[in-house]
Design a protein around this ligand. Structure first.
Ligand SMILES: [Zn+2]
Length: 210
């Protein structure tokens, strides 16, 4: 795996695959940091990059997070601007790399990712039905950056399935269905579970890209 943090070299000229981590800067409840999605996307991209001998670009840390906007800390650029940024990035990277894939860790970015045929992307997907700042993301962060997790502040949020809360969420954002911003329950999160989920995400993406 090579990172774009390195100097330009003969290798760069013939680069095959470049992975671009895509996260968000948004509230993740009282116990997880604002850059949770970006940390996850970056970790997944680096492990996939190591497995496929791909380059990994610096992450896009701002996404489309309008549904979280009423919570302080959220910084969103919206779907339209994000689409423009990703299309321009792909065009730029493709002048020297044969394939560019966005590695996305935030569901709110999907509308931007599907808005242009020029964007190829994969999701950091889990089997769990844990939507936001619950056991899955908390476990991942305990594995990836434990010093950023405030377990003493962790509390359950709305644990209803997405289909039930979606109408209220579309109308009033996440705050309308969960006053603490959590959709799920972080109880029981462990670094071991985080490591397991990360391996699963990486394996799914490696399989899709080969
Ligand atoms: Zn998240």
């Amino acid at each position: 795996m090579s990172s774009l943090a390195r100097a330009i070299s003969a290798e760069t000229a013939g680069a095959g695959l470049v992975l671009v981590p895509l996260g968000s800067t948004e509230q993740h409840g009282p116990h997880l940091p604002l850059d949770t999605d970006t940390v996850i996307a970056t970790a997944v991209a680096h492990e996939v990059g190591a497995a496929l001998d791909a380059w990994v670009a610096p992450p896009v840390a701002y996404g489309s997070s309008g549904e979280h906007q009423s919570f302080p800390g959220t910084a969103s650029v919206g779907t339209e601007a994000l689409t423009h940024v990703l299309v321009e990035l792909v065009r730029s990277l493709r002048t020297w790399a044969s394939r560019v894939v966005i590695v996305n860790a935030h569901g709110g970015n999907v509308a931007a990712l599907t808005a242009s045929d020029e964007i190829e992307w994969v999701a950091c997907a889990t089997e769990a039905h844990d939507l936001h700042a619950g056991i899955t993301e908390t476990s991942l962060m305990l594995h990836l950056r434990p010093e950023s997790v405030r377990l003493d502040a962790a509390e359950p949020g709305n644990t209803q399935p997405l289909s039930e809360i979606l109408p209220a969420m579309l109308a009033g954002g996440v705050a309308a269905v969960s006053p603490n911003g959590v959709l799920g329950d972080p109880a029981g999160a462990t670094p071991e579970e985080g490591a397991r989920v990360l391996r699963h995400m990486v394996a799914e993406i490696v399989e899709r890209l080969t």
